[in-house]
Ligand binder design. Structure first.
Ligand code: ADP
Length: 495
């Protein structure tokens, strides 16, 4: 049935570019033969005969040129005109021939115009439909390829189609969220908002990475969020949302990539907990040992053997280092959990500088510590924590420079701030390392540094303290000639 329709119905053949000449020739011949039988046998009124012949010719012409294109149209016209000649030469009176030939010529030209136009239309339509089909096949292939790439990706991907208001996810997405995605975009956005949290707070629809990227037309990279799944499991995710534009810069979809970082987060939490507990646990026994050592050294001073005093002195130095280490560990853990607190008040900076420098001068006889101060300066901050920064910088200045060198500590007002700098004439720092040394546990690794003990916590803690005072910390100097560390803190009450 389908084949018969395809054979007879020109509409079915649209877009197929299958043009036959055989059927128009045979079809027109047979059709005209049948018409001729009607005419010859006087089955209709003779005045209708010419009308029937002309109407049949037009039907044949339109049908074949629309079925098989220009060439078929022209062939049909030739057959029709041939038939007209046949009638003129065999059936008309000699005096009628000239008029009939003229009419045939005119009709022939008219038929030719109609046939060519319809045939051309048919062939153009075929070409257009073919092109359209090829484009659709290409688009379908492209879509399939993209889909299979998405399915293979090891990260969860969610694609929001804004035009069709639909949202879809890949297999990894379904595995991670334990749910199927493929539905109404608005409903899904509401669903996400009910399940996503940031810093413990539920997110509003407008705060979702997907919605933000859709509205701002910008990429959002690596936002950290928490997601509570339907089975109550809490996931930590990194979300990136990227808008996709059409030619007119209109956002047509938003692609979100979700990376599961739950394991890393839990690991980091366990590590933080461990550092925090270990530093707390260390503190008590070390403080007790220190107390006993102080007691012992007093007793020996009063009653005992002087030679023990040196040994005890060494023990005290080592215990102080342990104390410093455990308190640094505790600070690092506080910084990482956001629990490093400050008690800020106005105090005299030059007094603090003098105090720290004289303390260091007493214990470091082979260094000359010079203070170049610019008179009394009141600053606002946590005195103990600023003391800690200065101590860290002076410890490093002493540690990383030779015997009998100088260390210069300067203070100067710069706009609303005070800049404090500690300069040494030691091993210096390569420019490529200047930013990195403020990172946690970072230590410069080259031959000149290897011999110095330390863990790389001091500058990290200092940077955090300065940051919490809205200040900056940086270093300059030259490798091999020394370094100068600078930091700023805000001026206090009098400004
Ligand atoms: P630590 O001294 O315990 O290793 P810090 O965080 O205080 O840790 O310092 C980090 C690194 O920066 C040090 O390991 C050292 O390589 C470099 N550094 C710090 N201060 C100086 C200095 N004054 N001169 C040269 N290098 C320094």
């Amino acid at each position: 049935m389908k084949k018969v329709r395809f054979f007879l119905d020109p509409m079915e053949r649209l877009g197929h570019e299958k043009y036959s000449l055989f059927f128009p020739v045979i079809g027109s011949g047979v059709f005209l033969y049948l018409i001729d039988l009607i005419v010859v046998n006087d089955l209709i009124n003779s005045s209708f005969s010419s009308a029937l012949i002309i109407a049949s010719s037009i039907v044949l012409l339109v049908y074949f040129s629309f079925r098989d294109g220009i060439r078929a149209g022209v062939i049909t016209i030739l057959i029709v005109v041939g038939y007209y000649f046949y009638i003129i030469l065999t059936r008309l009176e000699p005096q009628q021939v000239q008029g009939a030939l003229n009419t045939t010529l005119l009709l022939g030209l008219l038929y030719l115009g109609i046939g060519v136009i319809i045939g051309w239309l048919k062939q153009s339509l075929d070409k257009l439909i073919q092109k359209e089909k090829a484009a659709t096949i290409l688009a379908d292939e492209e879509r399939l390829r993209l889909k299979s790439v998405l399915e293979q990706l090891p990260v969860a991907v969610r694609i929001a189609n804004l035009k069709e208001k639909r949202i879809e996810g890949n297999r990894k997405f379904e595995d991670l969220f334990k749910r199927k995605l493929g539905g109404d975009l608005d409903k899904e956005i509401k669903y996400i908002a009910e399940h996503e949290y940031k810093n413990g707070k539920k997110l509003n629809v407008d705060d979702l990475a997907l919605v933000k990227s859709m509205k701002s037309k910008k990429k959002l990279l690596s936002e950290e969020i928490e997601y509570v799944r339907d089975d109550r499991k809490r996931l930590f995710l990194k979300v990136s949302a990227v808008p996709v534009f059409n030619k007119n810069r209109k956002v047509i979809s938003v692609v979100s990539v979700l990376t599961d970082i739950t394991e890393e987060k839990e690991q980091a939490k366990r590590k933080d907990n461990f550092i925090s507990m270990a530093s707390h646990e260390l503190r008590t026994p070390i403080t007790t040992i220190r107390l006993y050592l102080d007691l012992l050294s007093k007793r020996i001073q009063t009653y005992g053997d002087e030679s023990f005093l040196k040994l005890i002195g060494n023990l005290i130095v080592q215990t102080e280092r342990l104390q410093q280490l455990s308190s640094d560990l505790l600070d690092v853990s506080r910084i990482q959990t956001g629990k490093l607190h400050f008690i800020k008040q106005d105090f005299l900076l030059n007094e603090l500088v003098a105090e720290v420098c004289s303390l260091f001068q007493q214990t470091s006889h082979n260094k000359k510590i010079t203070v170049e101060e610019s008179g009394p300066i009141v600053v606002t901050g946590d005195r103990f924590r600023i003391y800690q920064v200065l101590t860290n910088l002076l410890t490093n200045a002493i540690k990383y420079s030779e015997k009998d060198t100088e260390i210069i500590v300067k203070t100067r007002k710069v706009n609303e701030n005070v800049e404090i700098s500690v300069q040494d004439f030691g091993i210096g720092i390569d420019p490529s390392q200047r930013r990195k040394i403020f990172n946690l546990l970072y230590q410069v690794e080259d031959s000149t540094e290897k011999t110095f003990p330390g863990l790389g916590m001091g500058l990290f803690i200092s940077r955090e303290i300065v940051k919490q005072h809205s200040g900056k910390i940086w270093v300059d100097g030259e490798k091999g000639k020394g370094s100068t560390f600078h930091f700023t803190i805000p001026l206090g009450g009098q400004k």
